[in-house]
Design a protein around this ligand. Structure first.
Ligand SMILES: *[C@@H]1O[C@H](CO)[C@@H](O)[C@H](O)[C@H]1NC(C)=O
Ligand SMILES: *[C@@H]1O[C@H](CO)[C@@H](O)[C@H](O)[C@H]1NC(C)=O
Ligand SMILES: *[C@@H]1O[C@H](CO)[C@@H](O)[C@H](O)[C@H]1NC(C)=O
Length: 318
């Protein structure tokens, strides 16, 4: 009964599946085509950095009316008068001084340092199409899922800035020397696109800035670019000095052991062999079987010679 009913529905189900897959093909391919066709960055082209807006009460991200995460431009750097920006393929040190740490921003810094929330930023993986740019920072951007982390969109690449530091009662120490790494998509796949990025404080206990509300905060980013998704091997020991001295040490110890071998051979082994040779010569005419020491005057004879040789060999082994 149920079976027959199901069979009646079967063509409809099939039709529906077909229709859905066509729909998916159409709707899924169009943005994909757009992304593939989007141009890549030119060398040196500027890349804006924007970050998640968070509430200062809990550090939770802020969403707009349609549930989209709200990204806002990175705070303005005093050096440039603009929010932090990267430049495609340009490796350099970028200073970004935040002129005035406001009360809300100070609380956010506390969240970042205390690991309640990361400083979650993003950069466009390729230059944004104008339609996206227009809506970029609008709060109530109605339907677009563009670039929200955790969505399918590949318009943006996450850039988590892992700020380290220490939290004091009245102030913060922010590790303000940061490494910022960016991986480009390999040129063989696509030119001028970004695949991944990250940033993190280095030596936060020695290279940090003391910050209270109203202070300025100087961040210094050391930016490095990689032309593929693999990191080049970086470790060749602790610098050149140790490496050289290790090499020297090996050379010296090789020389020393060679010297010991020569000394042993000349002072101990060679005289012993000579004595043995001389004794054998005295002991009889059995010179060719000469490695058997303590076997003088064996049973003689043709086949005894063989026996002596063997016995001597094992005697030496002991
Ligand atoms: C970030 O969110 C807060 C709280 O909703 C809001 O007051 C502030 O204007 C937002 N920041 C920007 C740059 O839109
Ligand atoms: C960044 O700032 C540091 C110290 O504040 C300074 O020594 C360095 O020269 C600056 N670098 C650039 C690229 O401006
Ligand atoms: C930032 O720039 C403004 C205006 O150019 C200047 O008055 C201020 O002292 C600068 N702040 C820092 C921390 O350099």
């Amino acid at each position: 009964m149920a079976d027959r009913r199901f069979r009646a529905w079967l063509p409809l189900v099939a039709l529906y599946a077909f229709w859905v897959s066509v729909g998916q093909a159409v709707s899924g391919q169009e943005p994909l085509k757009g992304v593939v066709e989007a141009r890549g960055y030119n060398a040196g082209e500027s890349i804006p950095v924007s970050c998640l807006n968070r509430t200062i009460e809990t550090g939770e991200h802020i969403t707009d009316a349609s549930g989209q995460l709200q990204y806002i431009p990175f705070p303005t750097c005093n050096e440039t008068g603009r929010p932090l920006e990267l430049f495609f393929g340009i490796e350099k040190d970028i200073n970004c001084t935040l002129d005035f740490i406001s009360d809300p921003f100070f609380h956010l810094l506390e969240f970042y340092i205390h690991n309640d929330a990361p400083l979650t930023c993003r950069i466009p993986s390729a230059p944004l199409p104008p339609s996206v740019l227009e809506h970029e920072y609008r709060v109530a951007d109605s339907t677009s899922q563009e670039g929200a982390l955790g969505t399918q969109s590949n318009l943006y690449t996450p850039l988590i800035i892992a700020l380290a530091g220490t939290l004091q009662l009245s102030h913060l120490h922010v590790g303000n020397s940061l490494n910022l790494l960016v991986h480009a998509v390999p040129k063989s796949i696509s030119s001028g696109k970004i695949d991944a990025a990250t940033a993190y404080s280095v030596s936060p206990h020695t290279r940090n800035a003391r910050v209270t509300i109203g202070d300025s905060l100087s961040l210094s980013f050391s930016v490095r670019w990689y032309p593929s998704t693999t990191l080049p091997p970086g470790w060749s020991g602790y610098g050149g000095h140790l490496y050289k001295s290790t090499f020297l040490y090996c050379l010296l110890s090789a020389g020393a052991s060679a010297a010991i071998c020569v000394a042993y051979f000349r002072g101990v082994d060679l005289p012993r062999r000579l004595r043995r040779y001389a004794r054998d010569m005295k002991g009889g005419s059995r010179t060719p079987g000469g490695y058997g020491l303590p076997v003088a005057n064996g049973r003689g004879g043709g086949y005894g010679g063989y026996g002596i040789g063997v016995g001597g060999g094992s005697g030496k082994k002991d």
